[in-house]
Design a protein around this ligand. Structure first.
Ligand SMILES: C[S@@+](CC[C@H](N)C(=O)[O-])C[C@H]1O[C@@H](n2cnc3c(N)ncnc32)[C@H](O)[C@@H]1O
Length: 505
């Protein structure tokens, strides 16, 4: 019965958040439900099976039946928010008729201080089996900017395709109907919501987005179809240097479309000419890059991509200012950079304030464009930096950033997976790790432990996942017994995400 895919459970009351935006409900019969997606405390929902795994079943919300919050009290609300797409609220909220159901800011109808309380609970629960938590943990640092804080937005193209079968059996697709450019729909990942304004993107990102959207729409070039792997427009990324005012646009298109369509190739060539000659774009966009993406995966940077620039070189500059010390970074299209610049400054300052002033070398694993290592090196007299990063473009950026900030001759770069590192690191005074969401690879743990037998260095661990961080800590605590200063910084208002920083000595 429980394994029935169509099974629907009705009137479930949401009470407790679990991890990774998943909610947990204890049923009267002792069973536990894991409910994914943007529900909120106090909601009464119907749920149905989303994933039927061997060890657990994940449920998704099918309908919201009741919801206590008076959403009209909130000053700013996004008309695309998924909650307004639910049956219960559809008639109760006075918003223009637009596509609803965007999966981005799922917590937007909760006041910000309530969001912080929920995140606080997530952090505490993640570390619930660790003895030291209450002694070292301090309250979350909230985000100064709650709206319009994201410096990078990735929009996707989508359209509904109508299919007509003629009497002679010939099939015709109308791929120009119902064109949309925006974000994935909550609970319906293959559909894209048409967005006109995003409340968490910087204002000027919205402005550039709207301007270009109209141009793309008017071109009548077809939108890529992810099912059939044909046609043209795929994604469109806008990135901003929030402290420099520079903008990067990366338009992602499938040029294979032109193999059988010379007419559209001509339209595309004219469109590129139009983009290059447009005064608004030239004034506002520092770097405009085209990515030819003929790969099957629905990603911006997959296999089979080729890039070229309409103007400038596919990168922008960004600055970070921490305690009046300024660092400048070159960031290219595919390099990681923290998506909330102001809170990145807060995060790195939090990290810096935890650290003792030690000499010797810094090893920065998972370094991206080199931001953390360089920021710390600029603050004090460390000797040199050793960097490890998997994305080649980010390594190139890190090299340039070392030069830009006058530490080039002091650095060694390794473009490889962190789990492959196998070098003699000398005179290590600090190791910084900032891995992606998954936990540390066992080779990295062994490498660190081995290094610790030679040098008495503190370990600075930054992570956007408190659960994997807590698990890694269990493996490392034997070696870094003096666990100090665990802090959380909110970089992502209106979402369940939270950034953690901890220092082990
Ligand atoms: C959370 S980002 C941190 C980047 C940087 N520390 C910063 O704050 O800007 C994680 C970085 O790890 C890189 N990465 C992912 N998997 C990796 C691996 N197996 N080995 C090395 N780097 C990896 C990603 O490309 C990304 O730049």
């Amino acid at each position: 019965m429980w394994r029935n895919r169509r099974k629907l459970l009705e009137n479930i009351k949401i009470e407790k958040i679990w991890f990774g935006g998943v909610w947990i409900v204890k049923m009267e019969d002792g069973k536990t439900l894991l409910i994914s997606g943007g529900v909120l405390p106090g909601m009464i929902v119907d749920v149905r099976i989303l994933k039927n795994k061997k060890d657990y079943i994940a449920w998704q919300v099918y309908a919201v039946k009741n919801f206590d919050l008076n959403v009209k009290d909130n000053k700013k609300l996004c008309k695309h928010n998924f909650i307004f797409g639910t049956d219960y609220l559809k008639d109760k909220v006075d918003l223009p008729q637009t596509e609803i159901g965007c999966g981005w800011c799922k917590w937007q109808v909760l006041p910000y201080d309530e969001q912080i309380k929920l995140k606080e609970q997530v952090v505490k629960d993640s570390f619930f089996k660790t003895w030291f938590f209450d002694e070292v943990y301090t309250w979350i640092v909230p985000s100064k900017k709650v709206f319009n804080y994201r410096n990078k937005m990735e929009f996707s193209f989508w359209r509904y395709i109508s299919k007509k079968t003629h009497e002679n059996g010939q099939v015709e697709y109308d791929h120009l109907s119902d064109w949309s450019l925006g974000f994935h729909k909550q609970w319906q990942f293959s559909k894209i919501i048409d967005i006109d304004d995003c409340l968490i993107a910087w204002d000027k990102i919205n402005k550039i987005f709207k301007y270009l959207k109209l141009i793309f729409q008017k071109s009548w070039l077809p939108v890529y179809d992810q099912m059939r792997h044909t046609w043209f427009f795929r994604h469109f990324v806008v990135r901003e240097g929030s402290n420099t005012g520079q903008f990067l646009v990366n338009l992602n298109v499938a040029t294979k479309h032109f193999e059988n369509n010379k007419k559209d190739l001509e339209i595309w060539n004219n469109l590129q000419k139009q983009l290059k000659e447009d005064n608004f774009l030239k004034e506002n966009i520092t770097s405009f890059m085209i990515t030819e993406n003929n790969g099957l995966a629905d990603v911006v940077n997959g296999q089979d991509i080729k890039t070229y620039d309409l103007w400038w070189d596919g990168s922008i500059f960004e600055k970070l200012i921490i305690d009046d010390v300024e660092t400048t970074f070159k960031v290219s299209a595919f390099s990681f950079f923290q998506t909330n610049t102001h809170q990145a400054q807060m995060l790195f300052k939090t990290a810096k304030d935890m650290l003792p002033k030690i000499k010797w070398n810094i090893l920065d694993l998972y370094c991206g464009a080199g931001t953390i290592g360089i920021t710390l090196l600029k603050q004090w007299i460390w000797e040199k930096l050793l960097w490890v990063e998997i994305v080649p473009d980010a390594v190139e950026d890190a090299k340039q950033n070392a030069k830009l900030n006058w530490i080039a001759q002091e650095s060694k770069f390794i473009a490889d997976k962190a789990e492959n590192i196998n070098f003699e690191a000398e005179n290590i005074g600090l190791v910084v790790i900032d891995p992606p969401r998954s936990w540390l690879h066992k080779n990295v743990v062994n490498f660190l432990i081995n290094l610790k037998t030679k040098y008495k260095f503190p370990l600075l661990y930054i992570s956007c996942n408190p659960v994997t961080m807590a698990r890694d800590l269990k493996m490392l605590e034997e070696w870094w017994w003096n666990i100090q200063n665990l802090k959380a910084v909110d970089m992502f208002p209106h979402t369940h995400h939270i950034e953690m920083v901890w220092l082990l000595k």
